[in-house]
Design a protein around this ligand. Structure first.
Ligand code: MRU
Length: 378
């Protein structure tokens, strides 16, 4: 999407690859919305670390990063024949897979790259195919999001107030975003609507990333505290909910997404507000049979016990802190610990529809339509 920094507007993708230096280029998401910077990783281990440390985050974006990371690792291989090359690629795959556990997109993306590499008869051919396949995945991710916009746009009528949770915008993908795709399509059609961004504690991706994206695109929006959604729903101030997903089970229609999604789905059902999940096809896990088998990432307790932000001018004075400097502040009682599950599971009965690049489906209809969906993936 377009980004305007210091009065200059330019189109950016969240993740790209520089072949000349064999490096992955990432928008440094930990610094947003306060600073816009591109980070570069020079080898696959650094790329895996960028995923773990959330320099890049969001299902599609870490999928594309893992795909490029696999190509990066494959291209760095020197010497020794196809058998050693395959073992090396296996190690790279495993390192990137372990960087974060809940989203399935990195695994699906790397499986796609590995499948396409197999056509190469030499190491050099497979290295070239790996990069081409990673580019194909990244382009496909952007195309999927565009198609989600085409299908989802009809849900956003003039005057609507839409709630979204966390960031399933373009920063969470290569471009456009999944939950935001229908919003950008509605904006392009000239519809007027308003978006409420859940703050999304503990890391506040809604307040920092979704709000920044919508502000950049000129979409009317406000940030709300996570606890405010029920109140607004009860007052009739929310008409529609659209969220993303990190893993959606094709067999059951269960949706794993950022912690707090389940709560919003329960509230939406109570108030009879349509609740949609927007996903590219790489977010569907066709193999897993039960939602409770999805690995739910447990993150550090420091994320719950405090928060990151930048120092404002009045607070910086006399404290030895620099204006605009990134700082962590402790919020919780100093002797208390915390639990920090990063994701939760929303059952299919709470979901009105899944917006995919191939159309909108009831969650339990995914499995019946798997042929259509799987063929649309490529
Ligand atoms: O922990 P994150 O920021 O990587 O979590 C991913 C998300 O942003 C959300 O869960 C999102 O709604 C789905 S990813 C498109």
């Amino acid at each position: 999407m377009n980004v305007t920094v210091g009065g200059r507007t330019r189109h950016y993708r969240t993740v790209t690859f520089k072949a000349a230096t064999n490096s992955v280029q990432l928008i440094e998401q930990r610094l947003l919305p306060h600073e816009f910077k591109i980070a570069s990783t020079r080898d696959y281990r650094a790329t895996a670390l960028a995923i773990t440390d959330m320099v890049v985050r969001g299902a599609g974006a870490i999928g594309a990063t893992a795909a490029y990371g696999l190509a990066q690792g494959a291209r760095a291989f020197r010497g020794g024949g196809l058998a050693k090359f395959r073992a090396h690629v296996g190690k790279v795959f495993q390192t990137l897979k372990e960087a974060r556990p809940t989203a399935v997109d990195p695994v699906n993306a790397m499986l796609q790259v590995r499948r396409e590499m197999r056509a190469g008869k030499t190491v050099a051919e497979q290295q070239a195919l790996a990069l081409a396949a990673a580019e194909e995945f990244a382009n496909g991710d952007a195309a999927h999001c565009e198609a989600i916009g085409r299908h989802g746009v009809k849900l956003i009528r003039d005057g609507m107030r839409v709630l979204t949770h966390c960031n399933a915008g373009w920063l969470a993908f290569v471009d456009i975003g999944s939950a935001t795709a229908p919003m950008y399509a509605a904006q392009a059609q000239g519809n007027k609507f308003h978006v409420f961004c859940d703050e999304t504690r503990p890391r506040a991706q809604g307040a920092s990333l979704t709000a920044w994206e919508l502000a950049q695109q000129g979409v009317s929006h406000q940030v709300i505290a996570d606890n405010a959604a029920g109140h607004l729903m009860q007052r009739g101030e929310i008409d529609l909910v659209i969220v993303g997903s990190d893993r959606t089970l094709g067999r059951t229609g269960e949706v794993a997404n950022k912690i707090g999604t389940y709560t919003k789905a329960v509230l939406a059902a109570r108030h009879k507000i349509p609740f949609y999940v927007a996903i590219p096809l790489s977010t569907i896990d066709w193999g897993m049979r039960r939602g409770r088998d999805i690995p739910i990432e447990e993150r550090s307790e420091g994320e719950v016990l405090g928060a990151w932000g930048v120092v404002e001018s009045s607070k910086a004075k006399g404290k030895g802190q620099k204006l605009g400097e990134r700082a962590y502040v402790r919020i919780a009682n100093p002797t208390s610990g915390a639990r920090n599950p990063g994701f939760d599971l929303t059952p299919p009965e709470l979901i009105t529809g899944i917006i995919t690049p191939a159309g909108i489906f009831k969650p339990r209809e995914l499995w019946r339509n798997r042929r259509v969906l799987q063929s649309a993936a490529h």
